[in-house]
Design a protein around this ligand. Structure first.
Ligand code: NAG
Length: 234
């Protein structure tokens, strides 16, 4: 009788010892992860290869050169970036895919995707409207053609972003946005990109069930992110 109870109690203590140890490892892992996150978050600047002011100036110059020939505007932009970055970090194939997010629908061409930045051409020739999403990155929407409208609760007037302007959506902010008709933009995001992908994918699972598009987007994004990491670009 006494031996039985002692074996049961030793079993119990080894069991709780194991879970305490697991919890300890988990706490250490979490602490390391939090430390790494705040360390990198404070140094995000040094990973960036694009500049919001340069992209805005470049968009304006491309529009002055090619007006509403948006195809030519896009190649002007990509060619200059290619020269500036000496052939690195860019996807020069215009692999257009649909993008459904926040209830809005358009298409995009991914020019660059990495852990801390993405640069895309996003737009639609027929207009759309939706929720911007609440993101872990700053977003700069350079209007190349058409006009984008934005609305924030509490206002009675829309924000209006015509051709050549830039709509800066700050990290963590949200808006309703609309393109009444044809509108295309050079969209640049800098911050933490991977968490934004959940927003970019949500509408596929809740609405479109367009898995070939999901696969194409994942393949291109993954290829670009990994290719950049192999080039020491986070
Ligand atoms: C593009 O077309 C719009 C609408 O027709 C016009 O208002 C705008 O001035 C044009 N932009 C350029 C750069 O030609």
């Amino acid at each position: 009788m006494p031996s039985k109870s002692s074996s049961a109690s030793s079993k119990k203590s080894s069991c709780s010892c194991f879970s305490t140890r697991t919890l300890g490892f988990f706490a250490v892992f979490l602490a390391l992860f939090a430390a790494l996150y705040s360390y990198l978050d404070a140094r995000l600047e040094q990973f960036y290869v694009f500049e919001p002011n340069h992209l805005h100036d470049l968009s304006q110059r491309a529009i002055s050169a090619h007006g509403n020939d948006t195809r030519a505007v896009v190649s002007y932009i990509v060619n200059e970036l290619d020269q500036k970055l000496e052939g690195k970090y860019l996807n020069k194939d215009e692999e257009w895919v649909f993008n459904n997010a926040g209830g809005a629908m358009g298409a995009m061409y991914i020019i660059h995707a990495s852990i801390t930045e993405y640069l895309i051409i996003f737009g639609t020739a027929i207009g759309t409207e939706g929720h911007t999403g609440r993101h872990t990155a700053d977003d700069y929407f350079n209007i190349l053609q058409g006009t984008q409208l934005a609305y924030v609760p509490g206002e009675y007037e829309p924000e209006v972003y015509p051709q050549g302007t830039v709509h800066h959506l700050r990290r963590g902010e949200v808006k309703q946005y609309k393109m009444d008709e044809s509108c295309f933009a050079l969209e640049y995001a800098r911050g933490w990109i991977p968490p934004m992908l959940f927003f970019g994918y949500a509408d596929t699972f809740s609405s479109t069930l367009d898995f070939p598009t999901l696969w194409a987007t994942t393949r291109i994004t993954g290829r670009e992110m990994i290719g950049n990491l192999l080039n020491f670009k986070m």
